[in-house]
Design a protein. Sequence first.
Lengths: 87, 201, 250
Amino acid sequence: MAEETHVDGNALGGMLLEAFGREMTDARGCCDGCGTVQQVAEMLVFRGPGDVMRCPSCASVVIVAVTIHERNRLHLSSLRWLEPAGR
Amino acid sequence: MTFISRGFSRREATDAPSDRIPPGQYATRGFPVLSAGPTPRIGLNDWRFELIGQVDKPRAWSWPEFTALPAEDLTVDIHCVTKWSKLDTSWRGVPVDALLEGVETSADHVMAHSYGGYTTNLPLEDLTGGKAWVAYQYDGEALEPEHGGPARLLVPHLYFWKSAKWLRAIELREADTPGFWEGYGYHNYGDPWREQRYSGD
Amino acid sequence: MARTAVLRRLTWAIAEVIDRIDETPRVQSLTFDVPDWPGHLPGQHIDVRLTAEDGYQAQRSYSIATPADGNRLTLTVERLEDGEVSTYLTGVLEIGDRIELRGPIGGYFVWEPSRGGPLGLIGGGSGVAPLMAMLRARVAAGSDAPVRMLCSWRTADDVIYADELAAIARDADGVSITHTLTRSAPDDWAGRRGRFDHAALSRLAWPAEVEPLTYVCGPTGFVEAVASVLVELGHDPRRVLTERFGPTGG
């Protein structure tokens, strides 16, 4: 089986919790590329110099997380909306 | 102050000559695979490489045509912005100079386009003068998809994100536009010897 | 008690190593004491950060392998060849040393006894670690949620928690645990051989009709293959929860 270089949105849990101040892996997100809604944990994350979160349905780049000189930055590229879970 | 972890230090370039390891890098024996997206699977029957944009006329090669071009075997050091360097990597590829032979252009800039949508930008002069290849073999074997096969751009004097995998086209442009990582905060040029990792470095 | 929805700042805490167990030649379980730890839910993970004297930093995520227990938590770490953080944690860290970690993180890949069952836990290699937190929680809480746990390992030398899993399977009502070896098995191996493929999962996983909650964790290829088979077998995709550890398994 060919090695894939992706993981999933669970891997960005810490960075998202830090940025949003609350748990986000179970947040629902809407892809601006195709309109599909899924939980952040179910989006695919490709690990390059930065982490690229892509919609599993259409592969659009939803979020890009980079760390530049120890500062974490989140690009919300093709993310139409985010809806945190729970109360 | 940040807590210091007893006994932890960055990986050293222990047996690598320091004049071959750019600042902030360490030598690796492996060949890590990094990617911004899924690995495209391109059949050689469908593969095309194009030279497009600000050129007198666009050119395209099929796989048989491309691999019939005069190619070179080369051994180079490569440097990834994530801090690993790999010394003495062996490739076979077509020099970009050969691809540009006879091409008339007033463009100074290039955008490299990959299957799957990845892009990276470079000055045209960094692709000429024996500094760049389109490589289709690594270490004597056909270049594997996870490392950019069927063919990738190879520009060893810049950080390796500029060596676009799954190369589909080289577009000559009059204006410089940032490619994928350049648009997300990485340096527009990317010289490892000046440690140009991020925009503003 | 941890509440995944409460607004809070995620700060780095300093944790002390208080115990170490060699699970296999390459895998260790490290127990930490974390002052003022807010608790965590089974399935959650923490981020570990190492800092060298020159300021160089490396960071990795590890699943918590134990249910909440005051200030204590246990990580099960596989030493990866060329693994910068895993070789430090398994090779340099000693009892009494301290590391920085933050968490708990995770709200999707989480199970608590109140979620009930039937519970499916399907893990590959070090992916079994968060499932172990769930299983240990189920046992400690005296929950009667029936459990089918499926563990996939490469060789018999790779099996983690072997004795504890055998004891749980023997002593706890309603828990069945199946191990399979995918690369090679000793002659006296009593478990299964081969991958958890369509044929194996149709026999060993909960049938879709009982509407189980299933957690799948391990290398990306393993997780995607198992999850897609479960959906083919009729499982509701919203009740198949996945955590991919990447190609190397953690």
